[in-house]
Design a protein around this ligand. Structure first.
Ligand SMILES: Nc1ncnc2c1ncn2[C@@H]1O[C@H](COP(=O)(O)OP(=O)(O)OP(=O)(O)O)[C@@H](O)[C@H]1O
Ligand SMILES: [Mg+2]
Length: 475
């Protein structure tokens, strides 16, 4: 069993704090003293405690209020209340508010130690039980990776081989290909599975705060740092850190991460002390890492350090029949979730799914199926309840050509505007299916629309012929 977390002792009377500390330290418990309820709550936010022992009479906020608040926010934290004015009514109220027990002053040291031992024993059981449950979930986790294509089977095998090692892993793949799922599997199939799994999304945290999120900070190290805070790598000690969207990390922080990867050592922001932890690092990005390195956005040495084992989950369009298998899987999931009777994947729908290119990969497929299961009233998923893939393909092609990094930079204005116009009109045509309605939606005359289409080299689609013909008659 790992070393137990400390006991939080809350009392505004320094003598009483010293007495409690003396008693508890005699049994080699670690203590963190707090002199007010407010301070105790701040400590509770920062780390884990075995239990909290609090006096009922405190400064502003009473021990009872502290108990209620702590019970609401950390329901599994045991709390022992101590008071000089014990009455049965107060004792009952305390237990009802979630106290583990209630101790009246004066008490014998053994009484307190007995309560604490009882508490510690219970906490250990709870921890062992959750470690046990985490282990039980392992097989289940790998099962969540659906797909029997050769590439998925290889991927699963690689996960099984690499998970139990301490090797750093880099996962490279398009959006929605299952990078996060793979990272979770690597943790849950490792010997670290009963310890913490900490995911940090480097793209979601503002650049200036990411370092302190990762490595923590000391009090006063920057405006707003009113007290020191441990880093998430400390939280992950013994476990795994998943650095998601690592391609979005600033170069300055990349250098610090590199040092951390060498030997697990780091210093908190504004701190001098060198700290060190034992964590396994898994990183992922959907960006083109080679191009990032060439453009100077990513350090090559960090890439090599992360790239001890590389995972490349394949895009869905290269996974053949996995599309149908995943679709069946998600139909089952959403039918259960939405309490609908089991549905089948109709043949025509299956064909449509197999033809689509899936730029958003498994996530896109999952969303498409969720929508279909909601819309379908029968026992089969039909193409009508699936998204209009032809439209989506055209839209995504236009989005990609528009966002392609730097594609719009320093282009002749006329050309860029024409491109934009072309995309806009194509998308509107896809939505409205005929020139008349499209013109209406774009608030221009049919004549103007046809003129622009001609200039932009856009042909009315075959499906629009008929309406175009009638339009022609009208003009
Ligand atoms: N092989 C798979 N089997 C079943 N579900 C999958 C599979 N791959 C991905 N998923 C599901 O697809 C969704 C997207 O997966 P995930 O979040 O892991 O993608 P990602 O690669 O991290 O994407 P992004 O780069 O956008 O963050 C999740 O709901 C995940 O459970
Ligand atoms: Mg992800």
């Amino acid at each position: 069993m790992r070393h137990l977390p400390p006991i939080l002792v809350v009392d505004d009377d320094p003598n009483m704090r010293a007495t409690l500390e003396g008693i508890l330290r005699s049994e080699r418990h670690d203590i963190v003293p707090a002199e007010s309820a407010e301070e105790a709550l701040r400590f509770l936010e920062e780390r884990e405690f075995l239990l909290m022992i609090s006096d009922v009479r405190l400064g502003k906020m009473s021990g009872h209020e502290l108990l209620k608040e702590a019970h609401r926010r950390w329901p599994s934290l045991p709390v022992i209340l101590i008071t000089a004015y014990a009455t049965p009514r107060l004792a009952v109220a305390a237990i009802q508010d979630g106290a583990f027990d209630y101790l009246a002053k004066p008490f014998a040291p053994e009484e307190l130690l007995h309560l604490v031992a009882h508490c510690a024993e219970r906490q250990t059981l709870v921890r062992e039980n959750s470690a046990f449950r985490a282990r039980e979930q392992q097989a289940f986790q790998l099962d969540r990776l659906i797909g029997d294509s050769a590439r998925m089977r290889d991927l699963r095998q690689l996960i099984r081989t690499v998970a139990p090692t301490n090797a750093t892993v880099l996962i490279l793949g398009e959006s929605g290909t299952g990078k996060e799922l793979i990272a979770g599997c690597l943790h849950s199939l490792s010997h670290r599975s009963s310890e913490a799994y900490v995911r940090i999304n480097c793209a979601a945290i503002p650049e200036g705060l990411l370092e302190s999120e990762l490595f923590g900070h000391e009090k006063g190290s920057f405006t707003g740092a009113s007290r020191s805070k441990p880093g998430r790598v400390e939280e992950a000690d013994g476990g795994t850190v998943f650095l998601d969207e690592i391609g979005d990390m600033s170069r300055a922080l990349q250098a610090k991460l590199l040092r951390f990867l060498e030997d697990g050592s780091f210093t908190r922001v504004g701190g001098n002390e060198e700290l060190s932890v034992d964590v396994r690092v898994v990183a992922a990005t959907n960006r083109d890492i080679v191009r990032l390195i060439q453009d100077g956005g990513f350090r090559e040495d960090l890439f090599h350090r992360l790239n001890v084992v590389q995972f490349r989950p394949p895009p869905l369009r290269e996974r053949g029949d996995d599309v149908a298998q995943l679709a069946e899987h998600f139909i089952g999931t959403y039918c259960r979730a939405l309490n609908k009777p089991r549905m089948e994947l109709g043949r025509a729908a299956q064909q449509a799914l197999l033809r689509h290119r899936w730029p958003g990969n498994v996530r896109e497929l999952r969303n498409a199926i969720e929508r279909a299961v909601i819309l379908e009233t029968g026992s089969e998923v039909n193409p009508a309840s699936l998204p209009d893939f032809t439209l989506e393909a055209r839209l995504s092609a236009s989005v990609n050509s528009g966002s392609g990094a730097g594609a719009d930079m320093d282009r002749p204005l006329e050309e860029a505007l024409a491109d934009y116009e072309r995309r806009l009109i194509t998308a509107a045509l896809g939505r409205h299916h005929n020139v008349g309605r499209t013109a209406e939606a774009l608030r221009i005359s049919r004549h103007a629309l046809r003129y622009r289409m001609q200039r932009l080299g856009l042909q009315p689609e075959a499906a629009d012929e008929e309406s175009t013909a009638t339009d022609r008659g009208n003009n």
